[in-house]
Every structure is written in C-alpha cells, then in structure tokens.
Design a binder for this molecule. Sequence first.
Ligand code: PGA
Length: 248
Amino acid sequence: MRRKLAAGNWKMNGTGRNLVEIETLARDHAESVVDLILCPPATLIERAARVAGPVLIGGQDCHAEASGAHTGDISALQLRDAGARAVILGHSERREAHEEDSAMVREKARAAHAENLTAIICVGETLAQREAQNTLDIIGAQLSLSVPDSATGHNTVIAYEPIWAIGTGKVPSTDQIGEVHDFIRSRLERRFGAGVGRSVRLLYGGSVKPDNAAQIFAVSNVDGALVGGASLRAADFSPIVAALEATA
Ligand code: PGA
C-alpha cells in the first residue's frame, strides 16, 4: 500500500514569523498515519527543519549541478545540507516564468535523487490544451521527459496540477482527476514495471481546500495533495491533512 502524502507549497510567501504555522501543523499531526511535507521558501528551510517534528521540509526548486557559477540558484546538495528532504520540481510557475522545460526538470530530479531528496515532479495542462482535448498527450509527454530513469516509489512523487486550477478556485471534476491519475499510473507501470510503477505516489494539486479535499481524496490513484494557498495557515492545511488521514 502506498502511504498517503500531503505536501504544502508556500511559494514566495512567509518569513520567520510564519514558522509557528509549521509548529502547529507538527503538533496537530504528531502521530499522523500520512506523510507530511512542507515546502517553505529557501530562506526558511533551515529554521523550519528545526521546528517541523514529523513534518518533512522541502525546497521549491533546485539547480541540476551540485555547485558552480550559478548566481541565485540553489543545489540539491545545499537543500539537503539545510535540512530539506524533498524538493518540488517543474512546478508550472517555474516552467512558465523561468522557461524550464521537461529535460531540465529531469536533470534537476536526477540531482535531487543523487542527494537523497524526494523529487515531487509536477505536470499539468493549460486550459487551452484541455479544451483542445490534448490533456493526456501533454501529460504523457511531460511525464516521459521529466521523470528520470532513477525514479523509484521512495524518491519520486508525481503531482498532477492542471494549470487552470492553480490559485483559481476552479477544480476539475472527480472524473477528470481520475482519468489523468489512472493514465499517469498506467504510464509509470509501463515504463518502470508494476513494482515501481505502483509504488510512486500521485498527488493532485490545484485549489485543494478543506471543503473539497475529501471528495478529491476519494478518487482512484489520488494518494494525496500538493496544496498551495491553503497550506499557508495550519488552520486551513490541518483539516485537509485530517481528510487524508481519514482515508488512510
Ligand atoms: P493552490 O496551488 O493550492 O494555491 O491552487 C497549488 C500549487 O501551485 O501547488
């Protein structure tokens, strides 16, 4: 059985005074039956890791190289050194604003694996791609190019995040989510074999809130969520985690 996973992505939000949210989350879910990962901005990773208890701390991106002349970038080695155990890669905001393509995401994932970080690799279609009925083609291509051969159920998580659902309050129907998650599962099984293919956890992300979480978690092959806005406050994230715990 895959262990359920709730992951939070703070994006470019939060300073030291928000660490109390992580402490609260850690306290509320001290004996959780699901895994928890919180990805604050890089400036908070080291401090967050000190107060996170059972909550694992992750980065939001890493460079593919371990070191070098890359001003402003952070390597997987440095994330690990700061206390991170995971990293989000290929988020649509980075694919768009930083022109990251799937080949770059794959190299970053390889670097993450080399440092024993769990790579949370994001895939997702635009609204135009969905309306043109290209969703599965897009997801299939992103998946095959972004996921490195080194992927296992231990070091890799896939997050399906339709771009049009991120931060918009719009959520796909449960049928639409199920279709994509089943598709991702079958692609992973085909490429990596049933053992690894069935062990990789698949998260849904995009406007997950306390009031829609239970519905989303009931969908087949949804092993948890990647949560943006609703992960900023423990008061919002905690009920989402509780909904996931109720399915475990
Ligand atoms: P959201 O973001 O939950 O605020 O829609 C999700 C994400 O971008 O990971």
